[in-house]
Design a protein around this ligand. Structure first.
Ligand code: PLP
Length: 398
């Protein structure tokens, strides 16, 4: 017998659960890529993406994952030999810096560790010290998926303005778009990168770069931008094939159309609120469990936590044992503790993560938490009582 049989919940922080409507939309014959429904559909996707990102700016789409979107953003704005500043709050800050380094860009990383958000004062100091303005861009994660920290993007903008530094503010919303509140234009982000497989609920394979006119001006003074990454043709194509510089990702686009329809039918504010309440339910359960046991939320301050992913420490070897137990006994697959090995845990196996992004609702979160509590009991992991009731109370009051 296995109690895991039935509909599984892949509760890792991306790829996320795909809605049936997205899967159905993708279950279609190959469309004509030269005329007809597909080109018409893509023209409508662009303004709908802008609505999700809260921008009137430009959108370039790529057949790429998040790493591709990182490289696309840099390819259009920072030339080899130029410099960027990377305030890093987890594995993905280091990753974007590494992408820059691979392109011959000089990346200065300020590492804030894996438990804390960006310290704006230290960013201000680095910008003030850059008197000849060698930094062409500041690269930040809105949410770093490894630590589950959420950074203050409007605060980083303020620091750039206060110090009079002209660097572009480039924001990675790969884990946060359509999950956490994000206001590209109001918060003053010049460039934002996203991908299809998290809040947008589509399989991995589409990368997006949103940019404003300031960033477009920086693109215009680049000595060269390779044809494939050039955002100018993609965001203002004369021919349909130029959206993707070649054959369009036909079925991903069908899925994306369905997912944007779902997001707009619910309303982006309601989507943000749903994520916020479900995140609070998770934290309430974790706080109760942590009263009498080793479980700790990685980010102590709720105001600095993502609403899409939660990183937890339970201590080795409990983290990996718990993940294995819930997967084989309940059908819930938890995320690994990514990039946490340096934080007092020999190999990171004491950490794990909940992915609660995109197509998730109250019964899925209560099921996830119930599966984890069953795992605590089965594995004799000490924990406080009342976790599930604490989560249910949050949901009942929403
Ligand atoms: C915040 C963030 N940035 C970048 C990436 C890299 O995206 P990908 O794995 O699609 O290349 C991820 C992936 O999880 C992410 O969460």
């Amino acid at each position: 017998m296995s109690l895991a049989n039935g509909r599984p919940y892949l509760a890792i922080p991306g790829p996320s659960v795909m809605p049936d409507a997205v899967l159905r939309a993708m279950h279609a014959a190959s469309p004509n890529i030269y005329e007809g429904d597909l080109p018409e559909m893509v023209a409508g996707i662009v303004p709908d993406l802008r609505r999700v990102a809260r921008t009137d700016g430009h959108v370039a789409m790529y057949i790429a994952n998040g790493h591709g979107a990182w490289e696309a953003a840099l390819s259009n704005t920072v030339a080899a030999g130029e410099a960027v500043l990377v305030p890093s709050t987890g594995r993905f800050g280091i990753g974007w810096a590494d992408t820059a380094t691979g392109m011959g860009i000089d990346a200065t990383v300020i590492d804030f560790g894996r438990k804390a958000p960006i310290d704006l004062d230290r960013v201000a100091d680095a910008l003030k010290a850059d008197t000849d303005h060698k930094f062409r861009a500041v690269l930040v994660q809105h949410v770093d998926t490894s630590s589950s920290v959420r950074n203050d993007i409007a605060g980083v903008r303020q620091v750039l303005d206060d110090t009079g530094h002209p660097a572009l503010l480039m924001v990675d919303c790969i884990a946060s778009l359509a999950c956490d509140v994000f206001e590209m234009d109001a918060w003053g982000a010049d460039v934002m990168v996203a991908a299809s497989q998290k809040g947008l609920m589509v399989p991995p394979g589409l990368g997006f770069v949103f940019y404003n006119d300031r960033a477009a001006a920086q693109r215009a003074r680049m000595p060269r931008v390779t044809r494939y990454w050039d955002w100018a043709t993609r965001s203002d194509p004369e021919m349909f094939y130029q959206y993707f510089q070649g054959t369009a990702p036909t079925h991903h686009l069908m899925g994306l159309r369905a997912s944007l329809d779902m997001i707009h039918a619910e309303g982006i504010e309601a989507v943000w609120n749903r994520h916020a309440v479900l995140a609070r339910a998770i934290w309430a359960a974790c706080d109760a469990w942590g009263q009498e046991g080793p479980l700790r939320l990685n980010i102590a301050d709720p105001a600095q936590r993502s609403h899409a992913v939660t990183a937890l420490r339970v201590g080795a070897p409990y983290g990996s044992k718990l993940r294995a137990w819930t997967a084989s006994n309940t059908g819930v697959v938890l995320g690994i503790g990514l990039g946490m090995s340096e934080d007092g845990d020999a190999d990171g196996t004491g950490f794990f993560r909940f992915g609660h992004m995109g197509h998730v609702n109250a019964h899925m979160i209560l099921g996830l938490l119930g599966a984890v509590e069953a795992g605590f009991i089965a594995l004799d992991i000490p924990h406080g009582a009342g976790g599930l009731s604490a989560a249910a109370a949050v949901i009942s009051q929403a």
